[in-house]
Design a protein around this ligand. Structure first.
Ligand code: SF4
Length: 268
């Protein structure tokens, strides 16, 4: 049975991140799992998934930057888990209900410290009714294991609970219609951290149009719930651009550092 460091190295290998172990390191010791230098900052692409320099991974957590968020004054915010899931399953608040196979509510630990938020279900998620399945889901699982988390220890959800046809980008009106569900999920989970994966999720949660590059590497705040937010790449993007996996690892370390230094908000 491999020890924790060895297992972490195996998961990093599975992410496609090379590990560097000094000659005098103890067996299984992972010293520098980020394979490539992260100083280069190419310009943002039209897709916005550009990269940015990262701060020192083990520095003190930055002060959260508060940004705008949606109104949470909705009857949905009084629903418990069962009622909320039933409401989503029968939702017709936007036109996406016409083309969905299944709603994709969310999955994981309802008392999680980490909440992973993406933009919308894809084809496989629509088929299975679960977020982050398929190849992107497997990569997310490996990313989480690399920071010592199992998939069922975190809570995973998307902003949209129904798949946009053809995997097009969500429309702003669709996200506005669906956001009360996500906000209630965040309230119920009361996570220490939201990891926003991908440009659309980051832009919507932070009410920002800044490049993903400029949003990474700092701690934001989701104004609707006051939850700290760290931004990273969507696993589907990392599958297309594996060179960015090292930067995603840096994001995960920032998130882990933030969670380690925080406590649950008992006011919610
Ligand atoms: Fe309802 Fe959200 Fe599905 Fe639109 S995407 S129908 S708001 S659950």
């Amino acid at each position: 049975m491999p020890d924790t460091s060895e297992r972490q190295r195996q998961y990093l290998d599975a992410m496609g991140i090379e590990v560097w172990v000094p000659r005098d390191a103890a067996p299984g010791q992972v010293e520098n799992p980020v394979a490539e230098p992260v100083a280069a900052s190419p310009p943002a692409s039209a897709g916005g998934e550009a990269t940015a320099p990262m701060p020192a991974a083990e520095a003190d957590p930055p002060t959260p930057v508060a940004t705008g968020g949606p109104d949470v004054d909705s009857p949905i915010h009084r629903l418990d888990w069962t009622a909320l899931a039933a409401r989503v399953a029968n939702c017709t608040r936007c036109e996406l209900h016409r083309t969905r196979t299944h709603t994709v509510f969310g999955v994981g630990n309802p008392d999680a410290d980490w909440m992973i938020v993406g933009e919308a279900p894809g084809a496989e998620e629509d088929r299975q009714g679960e977020p982050f399945v398929g190849r992107a889901g497997k990569l997310l699982n490996n990313m989480l294991r690399a920071v010592g988390l199992q998939r069922d220890e975190v809570y995973i959800a998307n902003i949209l609970k129904c798949r946009p046809p053809g995997n097009r980008d969500p429309e702003p009106a669709e996200m506005e219609a669906c956001t009360p569900y996500l906000n209630r999920q965040i309230q119920l989970v009361n996570p220490r951290l939201i990891l926003a994966v991908g440009r659309i999720a980051a832009h919507y949660l932070l009410k920002s149009s800044a490049s993903l590059a400029s949003l990474r590497g700092q701690v934001h705040q989701y104004a609707a719930t006051g939850t700290p937010v760290v931004v990273s790449y969507h696993p589907a993007y990392l599958l297309r651009s594996p060179a960015q996996k090292g930067k995603a690892w840096a994001d995960l370390k920032l998130a882990r550092q933030l969670v380690a230094g925080s406590s649950k908000d008992t006011e919610s």
